[in-house]
Design a protein around this ligand. Structure first.
Ligand code: NAD
Length: 500
């Protein structure tokens, strides 16, 4: 009998009632390991009502008390690190060390959120005018929602609910239906940490649940991470319904390799950042841009044997570089992009399509592929592949190299490898991409900075976590007070008050 997952609403596990389900697969075997209920609009409404009921008491808690819940939550997640990592890798397919990294990066946002008393402090001006003081305060929005992708089932929910809840909001999380078990467990742990019932709810679902969130008048803000088409839809629909929306989308991250770069270090970094987590990372390096053909030839010579030697294994195999892809459909999509690259005339230096994992022939494993001579007009260059495929697009000089990520429709992350400070500085300033690494392959900003891409990698103006996260999940209110000395009256004024 297949295990049936539940929603987590108002502090309790709740069976799905819509009659609609999705399968959660074991990506290593291709077998169904659980059934996930897909919430109907009315089930989402129950979760929203629970969050709305919890809001007055939770938002009235002093910020130190909310911070203490975050401290407790961090300790509980650390206590459960191993079991959470196993749960995560069993549904997603990433290796255990990578699953721990997924959880740890989320915990770093929780650590940041522990500073909420300081982060949410307002501003005060004494004596802004005669007897006039002015202050501004940040207030939570109310019920907010987060819709998350399959590829970071721990980190991305924590990016969102960590900051939102610490700010005093209550939360409805709609995780990816492909790997929802970790977000469900995190919600249980949040209660154990001291958050009252209804503060963090998890509803599993598909478009129907997302649409219910986007149209629910109680929900004040929606945070989304996923593919670009859905990000744009969520942004447009949510903002049209009067909500604050931040929606992060897809990516195509380039690494520029200048002629003075340390090619051995570059090779190590490209292998890790291109193929780690089977390339299913929004900050994966998808395109390497060697500057000059000489560097291109030297790079391909180094990369080819390393890609051929990649160790693809079970998520539990401690030697594996990466495990299976998330679903059969996703594996097929990646393969069809490799087919497309070949058709478009790129040179397939290493072909991972035929890889089979012995004893796990029905699993979603895929070998690493490497393309050379990829051109900007090819569709396989323009689109996000999101798999273990690295494309090399050679550039003749620095300007041609900067132009590639700058002109690409996506603008999430980018890296440059060089020993030349001038080139690095100019690159960081000129390139039209939101997150830049200088000799750093995956420049994911730490929790106290902020995460967000440019162009079609992000819709909305406010980034995830860091001070921008606090801004996203709070509303500013500015209060002007006047206490006239000795009750002196100034009479009516018909002109706008100014500071003379
Ligand atoms: P996805 O867009 O398929 O799903 C994301 C969320 O949207 C899920 O919760 C899903 O249930 C929901 N959804 C799917 N189809 C929908 C529809 N038609 N209407 C409404 N909601 C829908 O993305 P995914 O495959 O889970 O994740 C991979 C994508 O996420 C990649 O494109 C990757 O680049 C992107 N991503 C971006 C970032 C970032 O910060 N920019 C981070 C991680 C992942």
């Amino acid at each position: 009998m297949t295990r049936e997952l539940t929603h987590f609403i108002n502090g309790a596990h709740v069976k799905g009632t819509s009659g609609r389900f999705g399968d959660v697969f074991d990506p290593a075997t291709g077998e169904v390991q659980a059934r996930a209920p897909f919430a109907s609009a009315s089930e989402v409404a129950v979760a929203v009502a629970a969050a709305a009921k919890a809001f007055p008491e939770w938002s009235a808690q002093n910020p130190q008390k909310r911070a203490r819940v975050m401290f407790n939550f961090k300790a509980l997640v650390e206590r459960e690190m191993d079991s959470l990592a196993r749960m995560l890798s069993a549904e997603h397919g990433k290796t255990l060390p990578d699953a721990r990294g997924d959880i740890q990066r989320g915990l770093e946002v929780i650590e940041f959120a522990c500073g909420i008393p300081h982060l949410s402090k307002g501003e005060y001006t004494e004596g802004a005018g005669p007897g006039i003081d002015m202050y501004s305060m940040r207030q939570p929005l109310g019920v907010v929602a987060g819709i998350t992708p399959f590829n970071f089932p721990a980190m991305i929910p924590m990016w969102m609910f960590g900051v939102a809840i610490a700010c005093g909001n209550t939360f409805v999380c709609k995780p990816s239906e492909k790997d929802p078990s970790v977000p469900l467990r995190l919600a249980e742990l949040m209660m154990e940490a001291g958050a009252p019932a209804g503060v963090l709810n998890v509803v599993i679902g598909d478009k129907e649940a997302v649409d219910a969130i986007l149209h629910d008048p109680t929900i004040q803000a929606v945070s989304f991470v996923g593919s670009t088409a859905i990000a744009e839809y969520v942004y447009r629909t949510g903002t049209a319904a009067g909500k604050r929306v931040q929606a992060m989308g897809g990516a195509k991250n380039h690494a520029i390799i200048m002629p003075d770069a340390d090619l051995d270090q570059v090779t190590d970094d490209l292998i890790g950042a291109g193929y780690g987590s089977a390339g299913e990372r929004c900050m994966a390096i998808a395109v390497a841009v060697p500057v000059t053909d000489k560097i291109g030839d030297a790079l391909v010579q180094r990369l080819k044997p390393r890609v051929e030697a990649l160790k693809i294994g079970l998520p539990t195999d401690s030697e594996a570089n990466y495990g299976p892809l998330v679903t059969r459909e996703h594996r097929q999509k990646v393969i069809s992009y490799i087919d497309m690259g070949v058709r478009e005339g790129a040179e397939l230096v290493v072909d991972g399509r035929a890889f089979k994992m012995q004893g796990y022939e029905n699993g979603y494993f895929l070998g690493g592929s490497l393309f050379d001579h990829v051109k900007p007009e090819m569709q396989s260059y323009k689109d996000e592949i999101f798999g273990p495929v690295l494309q090399i697009a050679r550039a003749k000089d620095f300007d041609a190299a900067v132009a590639l990520p700058t002109n690409h429709i996506y603008g999430n992350g980018v890296a440059i490898y060089t020993r030349d400070g001038d080139a690095a500085r100019e690159f960081a300033s000129r390139v039209k991409v939101g997150m830049v690494g200088i000799n750093v392959p995956i420049p994911v900003p730490l929790a106290y900075h902020t995460f967000g891409g440019w162009k079609r990698s992000a819709f909305g103006d406010v980034n995830q976590h860091g001070p921008e996260g606090v801004r996203f999940y709070t509303r500013i209110k500015t209060v002007t007070t006047r206490w006239p000395k000795g009750g002196v009256r100034e009479g009516s004024s018909f002109v706008i008050p100014t500071m003379k």
